[in-house]
Design a binder for this molecule. Structure first.
Ligand code: 5AD
Ligand code: SF4
Length: 435
């Protein structure tokens, strides 16, 4: 038996959807009368909101559990998120944690904590048809840039990916529920909303697509900016492309993972599009929004990837000129089709390819930032910078911009971009508009 916890700490790993889920779990525990702590080492209950996407991400859970128990402490530990979904009871057996709760069941966290306090390990990895969203407390206080999950899960079954197993089938939240939550977020302080989904551009409700949702949210007074992530190339409809041309609050930034520049590898990954399809799609997006910043995800060392396949990835990177990108070494995930594929790429070759790819992507990111110098744009101030009087905001192209001046968090400040570093820019304020 452990006493019922009075304080809690939620630690989220992985993607932005986990950040969103972590916030909602914190709101749920606060509504139960528990107090949040900033230090996990002081909390009676620690929720580890985990990621299963690569082996390294998964390993973090077990090292974190060890750390939490150092010095004889024994807080109640709840493992949530995608590792909870994938490993279930195994975690209880291996690490003797108190609660295991999957990403579709966390609305039951208070009951599970109560059960664990009564002495029994509590597990819920159900994926009920009724949505968890109806059981969560209303949003009360958020920062200027907020996340809003509109779609979860995936039916695409890329051969390397665990998401269809951990997050389940593609499911869209209803239009009205999303618009209501967006309004609540704006009332709670948000000036920017990022719509989230594992395949966010596959969102639909009856005949409505993501562009209809964006146009509805655009009409909410007080909301200045809309973003969405992550998209699949095959769900990039003309309606959504058009929205980039005429919805002013929709920021000129598109995260559109391609994973590889080789059509053969894309086929083995079951991506259902080739290299040229992707490049043609980007041409169509750039035709309506020439200044759009493009971002992507890449995997190097997928089984069977030859030097020639990898050269195709490098040449695609050259052709696109990404403003930002994320790149990973392939990590075989148990239960996925690729995990049993032949022709594994040796670790040393993977390392070397990742270095070459990251050098190319870093070069392009710097070039993009340098090309922004001289532009005037609006930044959304998100937090204080490191220097006295300095604040940090985001440009429309999602670049971090430092600015000096009496600005408050949530202000939209017009700046001239005057200098570019490798990962951030400097801006000089022109006119300030209070939040
Ligand atoms: N190995 C390496 N990277 C992966 N990703 C997804 N699954 C794997 C895997 N098994 C990457 C993809 C995806 C991003 C979220 O993580 O690039 O877009
Ligand atoms: Fe990680 Fe994917 Fe789960 Fe997000 S949905 S936490 S990226 S495994």
């Amino acid at each position: 038996m452990k006493p019922a916890p009075k304080t809690f700490h939620v630690k989220s790993f992985g993607c932005q959807m986990n950040v969103y889920d972590g916030e909602r779990m914190a709101e749920l525990m606060t509504a139960q009368g528990l107090t949040a702590t900033t230090d996990a080492g002081e909390a009676d209950l620690v929720v580890l909101n985990t990621c299963h996407i690569r082996e390294k991400a998964t390993d973090k859970v077990y090292s974190d559990i060890g750390r939490l128990r150092k010095g004889g402490r024994s807080p109640m530990i709840a493992v949530a998120g995608c590792v909870a979904q994938a490993e279930g009871e195994e975690i209880v057996a291996r690490a003797k944690v108190d609660v295991v709760v999957g990403p579709q069941a966390y609305h039951n966290l208070p009951e599970l904590v109560a059960k664990a306090a009564a002495g029994a390990p509590a597990l819920d990895t159900d994926m009920p048809l009724a949505s968890k969203f109806g059981h969560l407390p209303a949003r009360r206080r958020v920062g200027p840039s907020a996340f809003l999950t509109v779609q979860e899960g995936c039916d695409k079954f890329c051969t390397y990916c665990v998401v269809p197993y951990t997050r389940g089938a593609e499911i869209s939240r209803p239009f009205d529920a999303i618009v209501d939550e967006a309004r609540a977020l704006v009332d709670a302080g948000a000036r920017e909303i990022t719509l989230l989904g594992q395949n966010v551009n596959a969102w639909s409700d009856d005949a409505r697509g993501l562009h209809d949702l964006i146009r509805a949210i655009d009409r909410i007074p007080g909301l200045a900016r809309i973003r969405y992530t992550t998209s699949h190339p095959n769900d990039m409809t003309q309606g959504l492309i058009d929205a980039h041309g005429d919805v002013e609050s929709l920021m000129p930034y598109l995260h559109l993972p391609v994973q590889s520049g080789s059509t053969g590898i894309l086929k083995a990954m079951n991506r259902s599009h080739g290299r040229d399809d992707y490049l043609r799609l980007l041409d169509r997006v750039r035709a309506v929004r020439p200044d759009i910043a493009l971002s992507g995800d890449f995997i190097v060392g997928f089984p069977g990837e030859s030097e020639r396949d990898f050269a195709d990835t490098l040449s695609l990177v050259d052709a696109v000129g990404y403003a930002q990108a994320f790149s990973f070494k392939y990590s075989p995930r148990p239960g996925t089709p690729a995990a049993t594929m032949a022709d594994e790429v040796p670790a040393a070759i993977m390392d070397e390819r990742l270095q070459r790819l990251q050098a190319a992507l870093g070069r392009d990111q710097q070039a993009f930032n340098r090309a922004s110098v001289g532009r005037t744009c609006t930044i959304l101030v998100e937090r204080p910078g490191k220097l006295p009087g300095q604040m940090l905001g985001k440009s429309p192209w999602l670049q971090s911009v430092h600015v000096i001046g009496p600005h408050a968090i949530g202000d939209l400040v017009e700046v001239e971009l005057t200098a570019a570093g490798p990962v951030s820019l400097t801006g000089v304020a022109r006119v300030s508009q209070a939040a």
